[in-house]
Write a protein that binds this ligand. Structure first.
Ligand SMILES: [Mg+2]
Ligand SMILES: [Zn+2]
Length: 192
């Protein structure tokens, strides 16, 4: 028998900007412009060490807006993956939506297309159907997308929202933390 059954697998969907990388209000278009929120790389290492699957789901409409190319987006992605690996972490899977809001695609959060596609891929390629799912994001759109695929939504205040904004949200997160490291420490303690 395997040590962990598929049903005990935990999957954490992660937004990128404002959760892992610093939210500057502008798109990250070059690898050298990436900066990390303090503790975020350590948090990803803790998730990896705990055997928790991680999936980045990120709106990057800068591509659709003509502010960066798909190649630039991938260069930023590859640099981030390399930095995460160097820090002892590992992202299981990552998806980006390159579309503009008015393109009305199915993948731009708050829609759940990227999350649904990841769940399908994990099931088809690895036979994994994670029953325990979380989403960690800095924006209400993340919370909405996560709830659509039955994730426990966790809001972090390291990006576009502050504590005073939380009450005004239409869709309530389950938990609110200052940043990813706080959120991951809670998640690990909660799932012990
Ligand atoms: Mg964000
Ligand atoms: Zn899209």
């Amino acid at each position: 028998m395997k040590k962990s059954s598929p049903s005990s697998t935990i999957l954490v969907f992660l937004d990128r900007d404002g959760v892992i990388t610093t939210e500057s209000g502008e798109f990250i278009t070059r690898p050298e412009d990436i900066t990390y929120i303090p503790g975020s790389l350590q948090a990803l290492r803790l998730l990896k060490e705990a055997g928790i699957l991680t999936a980045i789901v990120s709106n990057q409409s800068g591509v659709g807006r003509g502010l960066m190319s798909q190649e630039q987006l991938m260069a930023v992605h590859n640099q981030m993956m390399s930095d995460i690996r160097q820090a002892g972490g590992r992202i299981t899977i990552a998806r980006y939506c390159p579309h503009k809001p008015d393109e009305d695609c199915g993948c731009r959060k708050p829609k759940a297309g990227m999350l649904e596609e990841i769940l399908k891929t994990l099931s088809r390629e690895k036979g994994i159907i994670p029953k325990n799912r979380y989403i960690i994001g800095d924006n209400e759109r993340d919370i909405t997308a996560g709830k659509a695929v039955y994730c426990e939504p966790i809001l972090v205040l390291s990006g576009c929202l502050q504590q005073k904004d939380v009450r005004a949200l239409q869709v309530a997160p389950k938990m609110v933390f200052p940043d990813l490291l706080w959120a991951v420490r809670w998640l690990l303690a909660y799932n012990k």
